[in-house]
Design a binder for this molecule. Structure first.
Ligand code: PMV
Length: 339
């Protein structure tokens, strides 16, 4: 029996500055976070390609409870299950990834793919990209394929297209390479930042949101009042440029102020939500130096920047007491890696 197992993990992401403005050619700053998806691949004991998925979203649910099992079905081009209690079909990107890697592999064997994610889906934290990157890395290693980081990233981008239509490529790039990147007009540059005391508290509002809806909302607003909304986008772009310098200087206080300004502009843009406003205000009351919504808006997550780990930790506990999922991450976390 082949006892070899391969395990890789890949991170989620948050947008620190510049969401929405980035759609119009302004820069955005995006960082990997310390919430990861892990993929363990071992030999299937049933001469079938098997997939199992469990979730430890923000560590608050026992994963065994949520474990779902699937088998690859080549006639139907999908992973299928016998268990009718799953309300949602499995993400079709997993079929694409598995088929692609099995096609490329010269040694034939049946993998059992197990995916476990800490990243809540549908909240703008790059959960699908992290799953794609971790699965591609782990499955290709199991099948003894040596894919470069570029190849991993490209395949993850293809997988993302299956779910998101026309993604920007930000999520898969950050998940593959880790770190903090400036993204502008489809180009990424990794920012090198000093080691400084900055902790991001991520709070999940629990409100599902849809990126496309909010991107379209901004398009409509621009049609209705072009100069007002163009000015807002330009101001967001300027904040992002200043934030890039503040990151280079390790100036947490300045970054916090810029985050709050960015949030107010996103409110003016019409992509916030009363709960996001309430959460950003609460984070400031709990000692954050600045806070904003992250991602498309309308729900999803907010982030608060802290200059002190203890304060960040107290804010997380307080948010949890109020019933929200909350988590601390450092900036510029690791990309895909072997476990
Ligand atoms: O919430 P997310 O992670 O899907 O981020 C959306 C970011 C936008 O700028 C609103 C859209 C985009 O494609 O950049």
């Amino acid at each position: 029996m082949d006892a070899r197992k391969t395990t890789f993990s890949a991170p989620g992401k948050i947008i620190l500055f510049g969401e929405h403005a980035v759609v119009y050619g302004y820069p955005a700053i995006v960082t990997a976070i310390d919430l990861r998806t892990k993929c363990v691949v071992s030999k299937s004991l049933q001469n079938e390609v098997q997939l199992s998925i469990s979730s430890d979203y923000l560590f608050n649910k026992p994963s065994a409870e949520l474990k779902k099992e699937y088998i690859m079905n080549k006639e139907q081009n999908e992973f299928i299950t016998q268990d009718s209690k799953y309300e949602q079909p499995v993400n079709p990107a997993y079929y694409f990834i598995t088929e692609k890697i099995l096609e490329l592999a010269t040694r034939k064997k049946y993998p059992h793919i197990h995916i476990n994610s800490e990243i809540p889906p549908g909240m703008g934290l790059g959960s699908s990209a992290a799953s794609a990157v971790a699965t591609l890395a782990s499955l290709s290693a199991f099948m003894e394929l040596e894919l470069s980081m570029e190849e991993l990233n490209e395949l993850a981008f293809e997988a993302e297209k299956i779910i998101h239509g026309r993604p920007s490529g930000v999520d898969n790039t950050i998940s593959t390479y880790g770190g903090i990147h400036l993204y502008k007009e489809k180009k990424f540059s990794k920012l090198s930042i000093p080691n400084f005391s900055s902790y991001v508290v991520i709070v999940n509002s629990g409100i599902p949101r849809n990126t496309k809806t909010y991107v379209e909302k901004v398009v409509k607003s621009l049609e209705e009042d072009t100069s007002k909304y163009q000015n807002i986008l330009e101001e967001i772009g300027n904040i992002t440029i200043i934030a890039k310098s503040s990151l280079g200087e390790g100036d947490t206080q300045k970054l916090g102020k810029l985050m709050t300004q960015n949030h107010l502009l996103l409110e003016e843009l019409g992509v916030s939500h009363p709960i996001l406003t309430e959460l950003t205000n609460s984070l400031v009351q709990l000692g954050s130096v600045g806070s904003k919504l992250t991602g498309a808006g309308g729900g999803g997550c907010v982030i608060g920047l802290f200059d002190n780990y203890q304060k960040a930790n107290r804010a997380v506990e307080e948010m949890k007491n109020r019933g929200f999922q909350a988590f601390i991450s450092s900036l510029a976390e690791r990309g895909v890696q072997v476990e």
